[in-house]
Design a protein around this ligand. Structure first.
Ligand SMILES: *[C@@H]1O[C@H](CO)[C@@H](O)[C@H](O)[C@H]1NC(C)=O
Ligand SMILES: *[C@@H]1O[C@H](CO)[C@@H](O)[C@H](O)[C@H]1NC(C)=O
Ligand SMILES: *[C@@H]1O[C@H](CO)[C@@H](O)[C@H](O)[C@H]1NC(C)=O
Length: 397
């Protein structure tokens, strides 16, 4: 795009900013951190569990190995049940020590019962293999139920600092307190994972710590590449070029920035593919598909560098149109996907805030430079209008 046609970038910046605004507000409103309880119970950690729209709030006191929990979920039908369990010996449902909550259809109060699920065929109310006290429950305004309890974590689990958790929702409860079968969708079968008592992190497959480390590396590489370097490189191409004295330095700077972004991005992309292949049953399809699209677009951009027609070639115009549209697509999708990733990984708030500050700063600098570019270009035009036909707009890019 020649400097005399700046509008597309200002629109791209606007689209970006509106995108961000759209993405940030609902995700902040949805997290467990905004949930409160009738009796103002406070827990030091909370998690948005990855399946069945469930939430776990918990505090763990390691000096007396006591875990206090509040589990929130919505029964699959009204009148149904919700359950949260620790499985001391395995990872699935069989063997899990469950806390089950449902609304008693006669009394209208929410009751909590314990079930020792020794096998799939025998689900009867029974004391658990560890001590549980202060069991209460409440029904919430949005139709969900909350179960509260304190649990004495057995010594072997306390020593490892990790417990296997399982959660579930079901459709109905018989008059005798028999739980009717839950659905067998992927989310009902995947609703289990490791709960790290010390760090408050939850992971949905084994090897939680290692996986978390990989996810963090994946996040940092991609945020730096797609989320920061690519936009920066685009800004260099668009704004530094306006200053005639910066030619051809801007081009080398731009190419350097994008090639390094691409190298880091490909590394980040590889870690993403690895994470995806290791995660059985969980697919973040939008994040993954955008990631693949980004890789394809960026690869085409890098190779297009070598088939770039000369400035005055008649096809250069088409090359420019293609190069800029792919570039802006990468810019918007890259930033979008970084936020998608942040919402999946759920790091501490400061990371999201830091990234937002970087993006807002880049956006602000762009707006400023956009204004300067316009002034420079208009001035140049008025100067040139006295001597037309000097071919200024002829494929400068
Ligand atoms: C943990 O439990 C011990 C023993 O009951 C108590 O002294 C301590 O204050 C508790 N810590 C917290 C953070 O509640
Ligand atoms: C451990 O300490 C906490 C906080 O002081 C208390 O609420 C809990 O009942 C204690 N657990 C046991 C098993 O005494
Ligand atoms: C509901 O509450 C009544 C009265 O406490 C009790 O007799 C009945 O067993 C409860 N029903 C269920 C399904 O727990």
């Amino acid at each position: 795009m020649s400097p005399s046609s700046p509008p597309p970038l200002s629109s791209a910046v606007f689209i970006c900013i509106s995108f961000l605004a759209l993405m940030i507000s609902p995700s902040a409103a949805l997290t467990c951190s905004s949930q409160t309880f009738t009796h103002n119970q406070v827990y030091s950690n909370c998690l948005d569990l990855p399946y069945l729209s469930s939430y776990l709030h918990f505090s763990y006191n390691s000096s007396n190995t006591t875990l206090s929990i509040a589990f929130i979920a919505t029964p699959s039908k009204s009148g149904g049940w919700i359950a949260w369990a620790i499985n001391p010996k395995a990872t699935g449902m069989a063997g899990s020590q469950s806390l089950v909550g449902y609304k008693n259809s006669t009394t209208g109060t929410v009751q909590v019962h314990t079930y020792d699920i020794s096998s799939y065929s025998s689900i009867v109310a029974k004391d658990l293999s560890f001590e549980v006290w202060d069991k209460t429950a409440e029904s919430r305004r949005d139709g969900s139920l909350a179960i509260f309890a304190k649990i004495k974590v057995p010594a072997d689990l306390a020593a490892s600092g990790k417990i296997n958790q399982v959660w579930q929702v079901g459709p109905s409860v018989g008059t005798d307190g028999r739980l009717d079968k839950h659905a067998f969708a992927v989310s009902n079968l995947q609703s289990k994972g490791t709960l790290d008592l010390k760090s408050g992190q939850s992971s949905t497959s084994s090897g939680g710590d290692d996986r978390l480390k990989k996810k963090n590396i994946h996040g940092i590489l991609n945020a730096v590449s797609w989320g920061i370097l690519f936009p920066l490189g685009a800004m260099i191409a668009r704004y530094i070029r306006t200053f005639e004295s910066a030619d051809p330095a801007w081009f080398y700077l731009h190419a350097f920035c994008q090639v390094s972004a691409y190298a880091i991005g490909v590394a980040g992309w590889g870690t993403g593919l690895k994470l995806g292949s290791e995660s059985s049953g969980i697919t973040y399809s939008t994040h993954r598909n955008i990631g693949i699209a980004l890789f394809v677009l960026a690869t085409v951009q890098i190779f297009a560098l070598f088939i770039r027609p000369k400035k005055d070639h008649k096809y250069r115009f088409y090359w420019n149109v293609y190069h800029h549209s792919f570039g802006y697509a990468i810019l918007v999708l890259g930033i979008f996907n970084v936020f998608k990733g942040i919402n999946i990984l759920k790091p501490e708030d400061k990371w999201k805030t830091a990234y937002m500050i970087v993006i807002i700063a880049l956006g602000g600098i762009s707006l400023l430079f956009e204004a300067i570019t316009w002034v420079v270009v208009l001035k140049r035009k008025s100067r040139k209008s006295t001597k037309p036909c000097d071919g200024y707009n002829n494929g400068q890019s």
